[in-house]
Design a protein around this ligand. Structure first.
Ligand code: ARG
Length: 467
């Protein structure tokens, strides 16, 4: 009889005469992080076992034993009773070893017609599918909060900026809805990525397929994959799907980070557009007056991590000859951390926007009344009366200059002063340059005019109700 006692330590073949150097075993092991995949590994293995019995490669009794044994491991894990050590190398070996402990020699049949290479690819895709679904729900919750906030602030005005210089006033709702649009693209993009995640590599074997009469489509259907990889080499070594995900995740982070940056600015003494609530901000250990915007700062900071993971995977892949290389084991920490970071940031930003801040409407109203962001409207006023726009623009530039020198705002000019500038000015100029009118007048499709904002809001709400 072959002595298999050493096999509990040494999982691969008998061609190895001595055990791994302990430091190398630690270096090689992925169990410390790929335990994250355990439930997906079990689900994938159950489908594989069912396929093996369906095709007659193993008996149906054996198939049943495998599926049940795997289910028992799932329960052990959920109850916190499964703690494989470094000697298990990775989650795949850990599960297989435990299965054999539980059901005996039948457990050793599980790996028939499969390799860890197609197995790990299957697990990662099953994992990512779930994470994408969760993330898309989170995006919907974020949008719902932003839409609700927008609805309350249709007629609240906020200065609009270009180059961080006051440009034209906006409906605050319009500003908030811009983020709903960005995250709508994120939601759609993730749906698109999902299609390329949802392809089964199971049955590609180590690299070349298998000699057994397997039915890849059957296993794929059990796992609800849309289709199977049609080239085994590609199937085991493709990580495009993970890169695409991290790319979509990076764009989500870009959007969250821009909002985070705005909140940080708005909360500053210089802007005073929002007040941070105690539930989402912290104090300083030495400056008692401070209230810090930690949540948006962390979100802005963590954005770099997700970009880094994307970069890491791109570089990881670029020089790999076909097919599997151990480098690919290193995709996981980047992917898992990317997933957790974006999910964590989205949750925190949703809470922040929902209950962590309040817009200071009185201050916002002052802000839009204290600048020259209605200057374009004076030029538009003249242009509407037949003055060529460029001429009107130059004239208003002059008015702004003299008003600044006189420490006046445009609304402070007398009708005589207006008329002296151009005879086309009438008393209705005052109404035309109130911030409310300035906003209302921008009724071009997609503009900040209240009518447009109401339409955009209705559309955003409808999208939320549809999915
Ligand atoms: N832990 C490995 C990984 O994550 C599983 C695949 C190992 N395959 C191999 N040929 N050594 O990539």
């Amino acid at each position: 009889m072959v002595d298999t006692s050493s096999q509990s330590q040494q999982t691969w073949s008998q061609r190895f005469e001595s055990a791994l150097h302990p430091a190398i075993a630690r270096f090689n092991a992925s169990i410390g992080f790929d335990i994250e995949l355990i439930e997906y590994d079990i689900t994938g293995s159950q489908a594989h076992a069912q396929m093996l019995s369906h095709t007659g490669i193993i008996s149906s009794e054996e198939g049943k034993q495998l599926v049940e044994g795997l289910e028992q491991i799932r329960q052990e894990y959920r109850q916190g009773q499964f703690h494989p050590g470094i000697d298990a190398e990775d989650v795949h070996f850990a599960v297989e070893r435990r299965l054999t402990e539980l059901i005996g020699d039948t457990g050793k049949k599980l790996h028939t017609a499969r390799s860890r290479n197609d197995q790990v690819g299957t697990d990662t895709r099953l994992y990512l599918r779930d994470q994408i679904t969760h993330l898309r729900q989170q995006l919907r919750s974020f949008q719902a909060v932003m839409v609700e906030l927008a609805e309350r602030h249709i007629e609240t005005l906020i200065p609009g900026y270009t180059h961080l210089q006051r440009a034209q006033p906006l409906s605050l709702a319009h500003h908030l809805l811009a983020y709903v649009e960005m995250t709508q693209r994120d939601w759609e993009r993730l749906g698109d990525v999902y299609k390329r995640v949802n392809i089964s590599p199971l049955g590609c074997g180590a690299l070349a397929g298998t000699t057994f009469p397997i039915d890849r489509h059957y296993a794929a259907e059990l796992l609800q994959f849309d289709r199977v990889y049609s080239n085994s080499l590609d199937g085991v070594s493709d990580r495009d799907f993970a890169i695409e995900f991290l790319c979509a995740a990076s764009l989500i982070m870009v959007h969250l980070s821009r909002l985070a940056e705005e909140v940080i600015l708005w909360a500053s003494e210089e802007f005073r557009f929002v007040t941070l609530k105690d539930s989402c901000s912290t104090g300083s250990s030495i400056m008692p007056q401070k209230k810090n915007p930690d949540v948006p700062e962390l979100v802005r900071g963590k954005t770099g991590r997700v970009f880094g993971h994307l970069q890491a995977l791109l570089v990881l892949m670029k020089g790999l000859p076909l097919a599997y290389n151990k480098d690919l084991q290193d995709d996981k920490e980047a992917l898992f951390d990317g997933v957790k970071t974006v999910q964590g940031c989205l949750e925190a930003m949703t809470i922040l926007m929902q209950e962590g801040l309040e817009f200071r409407t009185v201050r916002l109203n002052e802000a839009v009344n204290e600048d020259f962001s209605n200057a374009t409207d004076v030029a538009d006023y003249l242009a509407a009366k037949g003055v060529p726009f460029r001429e009107a623009y130059n004239l208003v530039g002059k008015v702004v200059k003299t008003s600044l020198a006189a420490n006046k705002l445009l609304k402070d000019l007398t009708l005589e002063e207006w008329k002296a500038l151009h005879p086309a000015f009438e008393a209705d100029i005052y109404q035309a340059i109130t911030p409310h009118q300035v906003v209302a007048a921008r009724n071009s499709y997609g503009g900040t005019g209240f009518e447009q904002v109401r339409r955009a809001l209705a559309e955003a709400k409808q999208r939320l109700n549809e999915s």
